[in-house]
Design a protein. Structure first.
Length: 108
């Protein structure tokens, strides 16, 4: 268990350029849905990605649905797997459909 904690330890969220933050968040969402790691690591990965997206949205002056979802999710307590799955699906849907405010669909 201690080894898994050491492997998934990460730093704080950073405000990246908006498009990069969206891509980073998509990767975290895909990891959650594919169960690509321990639950605690997935929770941390998604949390950090959403915090970073929220910061990037603010820095870029974005207030679209994707940014609103990030802002709502980061204040949620008790991130269960069903909550993480639902949030991840919404993130992928919004970013893939072009409704994120990017002007084009995100592709990995």
């Amino acid at each position: 268990m201690a080894q898994a904690q050491a492997v998934c330890a990460a730093g704080g969220a950073k405000a990246r350029p908006y498009d990069q933050a969206v891509q980073h968040t998509r990767k975290a969402a895909e990891a959650v849905l594919s169960r690509g790691g321990a639950e605690s690591c997935l929770r941390g990965k998604l949390t950090n990605a959403l915090l970073g997206l929220s910061a990037s949205c603010e820095a870029a002056g974005q207030s679209n649905r994707l940014c609103q979802l990030a802002d709502q999710a980061v204040v949620q307590l008790n991130w269960t797997l069903p909550f993480m799955d639902s949030t991840s699906r919404q993130l992928l849907d919004l970013s893939a459909s072009g409704r994120s405010g990017q002007g084009q669909a995100s592709a990995l």
